[in-house]
Design a protein. Structure first.
Length: 181
C-alpha cells in the first residue's frame, strides 16, 4: 500500500462534492489510509494490515453501490473492516474481536500509539513468565501456526493453545497496568 507513510500526520477526510464518489478509484483513494491505519492499530504489523485492508476493499467492492453517499460508504467500510478483523482474529487467535470505534480512527493519539507499539510490546513481554513470552513471540512475532509453535516449544498443540490463551490474558492485564510480575 503506497499511501501509508508511518510517522506522518493522519490525512483529513475530504468532503466529496455532491456527497457521492465518482468511481471506485475515488472511494479507494479517499478511504484506504484510514482503513489501513484502523486495521494496523489492531493487528500491529504492516503485512497483515495491508492484506486485511485489501480484503476490506475486495469484500466491499461488489455489494457497495457507488451511488452511496460518502457517509454510507465510510460506514459500510467500517462494518466490513470489523467483519474482516473478526475473521482474522478467529483464525489466528481462536477468538473473535469485533470492536472498532465509530470515531475516525486516524487521530494524533492513534499515531502515537502506533509509533510506541514496539516499546509497549517489549515491556509487556519482559513482564511475562518465560513460557508465556515464548509462545507469544513464536506465534505473533515470528508468525508461526499453533502447531509449529507447539513443536518449537516442545509441548502438545493443546498445551500451546492453553499457554497462548493464558499468556494473552496476562499480557492484557500487564498492558493495562493491572499485574506486574
Amino acid at each position: 500500500m503506497t499511501d501509508h507513510h508511518p510517522g506522518t500526520s493522519p490525512p483529513v477526510l475530504r468532503v466529496i462534492p455532491g456527497g457521492r464518489y465518482a468511481d471506485w478509484e475515488a472511494v479507494y483513494r479517499d478511504n484506504a489510509t484510514w482503513v489501513y491505519r484502523t486495521i494496523f492499530a489492531r493487528v500491529g504489523n504492516q503485512a497483515d494490515a495491508e492484506d486485511l485492508t485489501a480484503e476490506v476493499f475486495l469484500a466491499a467492492l461488489k455489494p457497495l453501490k457507488i451511488s452511496a453517499s460518502q457517509g454510507e460508504v465510510r460506514s459500510y467500510l467500517r462494518a466490513t473492516a470489523r467483519t474482516v478483523l473478526a475473521a482474522h482474529w478467529r483464525s489466528t487467535l481462536g477468538r473473535e474481536i469485533t470492536s472498532i470505534d465509530d470515531d475516525h480512527p486516524a487521530t494524533p493519539d492513534s499515531e502515537d500509539a502506533i509509533c510506541t507499539a514496539p516499546q509497549r510490546v517489549a515491556v509487556v513481554l519482559e513482564h511475562l513468565p518465560d513460557n508465556y513470552r515464548q509462545i507469544l513471540e513464536v506465534r505473533f512475532l515470528e508468525g508461526r501456526s499453533i502447531k509449529d509453535s507447539a513443536v518449537q516449544l516442545g509441548v502438545s498443540v493443546a498445551n500451546a493453545k492453553v499457554l497462548q490463551h493464558r499468556a494473552l490474558q496476562l499480557a492484557a492485564k500487564i498492558g493495562k497496568g493491572e499485574d506486574q510480575h
